[in-house]
Design a protein around this ligand. Structure first.
Ligand code: NDP
Length: 298
């Protein structure tokens, strides 16, 4: 959803024009002056040419009133923030849309606060389709008043914005959400290969399951569109999903929660990354389930 510029946010700076960041920054550029930086500069130059954003060197991004980052991992955000530290301006708000790690993000927030910069963790859900449509769900941790100040910025790429708690809470919700995605995907895959061996084609099994209580986003969308078609299009890599599930394990540890099912999902995804590599689509994890069962989901 696009929104009109709010008076105290004249310029936005976007860091990280990947599969998610590029369309998010395009929505921002349609609404207000938007500076863009990407580690691979040619990507930012192409974004500027296509969407009317302005490509800047890293230090140039500090001119913005609100910084939005969407990098792979928290360690990448910490590294970029360290390189940018000398140029940061007091009063800046840093909205981190990376699916990140709560504890190092709290440390980063404290470091940024020394420069007068307020950090919000604001990971997103909805995939590349949601980013392109500007309908992402954004789960925000940090100061609620600061969120209200920058909400018009976030609204440019969001369909829903939920304040979920203090700094790190957004990352924690995202990690648990994606662990549920992984659990549903893997469990549906195990069920479907067993049904295929029992003589039930995937399309028939899914017709029943998706009208019944065993359905999930995996059974309704991911498996029919990506697995049954054998296309496995790479929009969200297995490596990034495994990263999220690993972060969730830290959340479980911090809570002192046994959570045997969710921990098992983390183990399985780690095996899948070892066997298939991190760059395949996350749904390709079911190729491992198929290999173990000796049956394809078709
Ligand atoms: P991509 O791999 O497509 O893009 C990653 C971006 O991060 C690129 O701009 C890349 O720059 C940059 N980057 C990576 N490492 C560094 C570094 N060390 N320093 C500076 N920049 C770096 O990932 P996505 O866009 O898919 O994902 C981004 C975030 O959003 C992740 O945290 C992911 O988990 C999350 N996410 C992804 C979804 C999806 O469907 N894809 C859905 C929801 C959340 P360069 O171009 O130079 O490589």
């Amino acid at each position: 959803m696009s929104s009109s510029a709010s008076p105290d946010v004249a310029t936005v700076g976007f860091l990280g024009l990947g599969a998610m960041g590029a369309p998010m920054a395009a929505h921002l550029a349609a609404a207000r002056r938007t500076l863009v930086w990407n580690r691979t500069t040619s990507v930012a130059e192409a974004h500027a040419a296509a969407h009317g954003s302005r490509e800047v060197p890293l230090e140039g991004i500090a001119e913005a009133d609100v910084l939005v980052s969407c990098l792979s991992r928290t360690v990448d955000v910490v590294d970029v923030a360290r390189r940018l530290a000398a140029d940061l301006r007091p009063g800046t708000v840093w909205v981190d849309c990376t699916s990140g790690d709560p504890e190092p993000s709290r440390v980063l927030a404290a470091r940024l606060a020394e420069h007068g910069v307020t950090y919000l963790d604001a990971p997103v859900s909805g995939g590349t389709n949601g980013a392109e449509a500007g309908t992402l769900t954004v789960m925000v941790g940090g100061d609620a008043d600061t969120l209200e100040r920058v909400r018009p910025v976030i609204d440019a790429f969001a369909g829903r914005v939920v304040h979920v708690g203090p700094i790190g809470a957004g990352h924690a919700v995202k990690a648990v959400n994606n662990t549920l995605l992984a659990a549903n995907l893997w469990a549906a895959g195990e069920g479907l290969v067993a049904l295929a061996s029992a003589g039930v084609p995937a399309a028939t099994a899914l017709e029943v399951i998706n009208a019944s209580s065993g359905r999930s986003f995996a059974s309704e969308v991911l498996i029919p569109e990506r697995v049954v078609t054998r296309q496995f299009p790479v929009t969200f890599t297995l490596g990034l999903l495994a990263k999220d599930v690993g972060i969730a394990r830290g959340v479980l540890d911090a809570a002192g929660s046994p959570a045997p099912v969710l921990r098992q999902v983390a183990e399985l995804l780690a095996v899948a990354v070892r066997e298939l590599g991190p760059e395949v689509d996350h749904t390709a994890a079911l190729q491992l389930v198929e290999r173990w069962a000796g049956t394809e989901i078709r």
